[in-house]
Write a protein that binds this ligand. Structure first.
Ligand SMILES: [Cu+2]
Length: 188
């Protein structure tokens, strides 16, 4: 019994010492990543990821890469507005700077992580894992929530079906009503 108690105490002490080691200021760790989310993709094979990356510490850090099992390729992007007013995205090959004392926010219309070549269908309510790699802090894996697309119902692609209205050519057959006796529906 005493031996068991001693073992448990030893384990507890080991746990404490490991905990202390993790907080050693000399040990680089990735910044905290919160609120990671992906709007339900409107396109079949690409999706954006937004998140808040916390203060990386006094030395700052850089998000240099990301990967996930749900997409063939992951890029770091920034949305920009061209001189002619059109929006486009540029790939940030040098990564995304995470400012010392501040962190960085990935958000709509700005910096984001881009999933290219989706291999898994992402629907609202789903969660998937994304690993972010930082130049100094190493890697951190976060759960990303798939959320509703803002202001989009994803139905616009169906308008093409209105081409069927060409069937109105059938009206010519109404000529059969010429007998004039069945017009009860005019009452009222
Ligand atoms: Cu993008």
């Amino acid at each position: 019994m005493t031996r068991l108690a001693a073992s448990l105490t030893a384990l507890a002490l080991l746990g404490l010492s490991l905990g202390c080691a993790a907080e050693d200021p000399g040990e680089a760790s990735p910044p905290e990543v919160t609120g990671a989310e992906t709007p339900e993709p409107a396109a079949p094979d690409v999706a954006a990821v937004y998140a808040t990356i916390g203060d990386p510490g006094p030395q700052g850090d850089t998000l240099v890469a990301a990967r996930t099992d749900v997409a063939a390729r992951v890029e770091l992007h920034e949305s920009v507005i061209d001189d002619d007013g059109s929006a486009r995205m540029v790939e940030l090959e040098d990564g995304i700077e995470v400012a010392a004392g501040e962190g960085v926010t990935l958000e709509r219309g700005g910096l984001h992580v881009m999933l290219m070549g989706l291999e898994t269908e992402l629907a609202e309510g789903d969660t998937y894992e994304l690993t972010l790699a930082f130049a100094r802090g190493g890697e951190v894996t976060v759960d990303v929530d798939v959320v509703p697309t803002v202001g989009g119902h994803g139905e616009h692609g169906e308008h093409g079906e209105h081409g069927d209205h060409g069937d109105h050519g059938d009206h010519g057959e109404h000529g059969d009503h010429g007998e004039g006796e069945g017009r009860d529906d005019d009452a009222g």
